[in-house]
Write a protein that binds this ligand. Sequence first.
Ligand code: KG4
Ligand code: ZN
Length: 329
Amino acid sequence: MLVLGIETTCDETAASLVRDGHEILSNVVASSADIHALYGGVFPELACRRHIDALIPVLTQALIPGETIDLIAVSKGPGLIGALLVGMQAAKGLSIAWHKPLIGINHVEAHLYSAFISFPQSDWLFPSLGIVLSGGHTFLVKISGIGQYELLGTTADDAIGEAFDKVATLLGLPYPGGPPLEMLARKGDPTRFSFSPGKVKKNPLNFSLSGLKTAVFYALQNLVLDEQNKADLAAAFQETAFTDVASKAAIAIQRFPCRGVYLGGGVCNNQRLKEILADRLSPLPIFWPPPELTLDNAAMIAGLGFHKFRQTPVSDPLDLDVQTRIPVV
Ligand code: KG4
Ligand code: ZN
């Protein structure tokens, strides 16, 4: 079954063709991060306008002449309302014009699927721990199967990628701040500042990142912002945030007979995160998404769409609606 995936939740316009949930035939992404960099964060109205300009060229590039599409899968949310609408309306139009079924996909669930996509279904390990660390989401889930999740922890305030972006701004780094912050942290001493991770009384597996961000803000008030000070702050922030993720993941895997850990989201590009998790969760196998599927993309939407289509009958495409917020489970 060949699935066309369409993704427009935030600042990436993406389209992809994936066969049978695994074989990626095309994966095209156009990012509008360059405009948002001028403002230090995503400017929703400009993101929407870029989707309108980029979607047809991206689709044209992703489609392969001679390949017949069986299903269209589109991100239905969570995301920016205007951005979601651009992808959804295009998907509805194509579904009606081509007489093909259309399925709406939860973008966050698709981030988790990106770590499954490269493996045949017979190799998937359940129950497993799912960890999504992205610009908009931070959560831990028990995965009993595709579509069967139990939420174990989420963030009470900032998402982890958002906290990286905000701390990067404080340190004078460009947007999106995760990659330059990681580079800077390599030159820093993570032990020079002792920051504490946020605690959430209600649930020890929940995250709180705004206090850590504020701690960086106060620490830098008393410093000359030279390269070494900035690098030490970046390293201490990164180390505290990732050690917190690893500690909570270590608690989570004790709660059920966990057979593996699957990660998704842009923050998974970070090498230090890989080291810390490998160290703390060993000997459990850890599955990372391929680098081209960490950030927003449509291959994860098409891949998950294939499985969801087999699980749930689709309705009239015109009944599908976007949702700016959708619970993970
Ligand atoms: O998955 P994604 O596109 O976001 C959402 O769908 O919400 O990930 C983008 C986020 C940004 O916050 C970016 O700063 C962060 O991922 N990121 C990183 C790294 N690369 C991207 N954070 C830390 N270290 C990195 N190397
Ligand atoms: Zn995303």
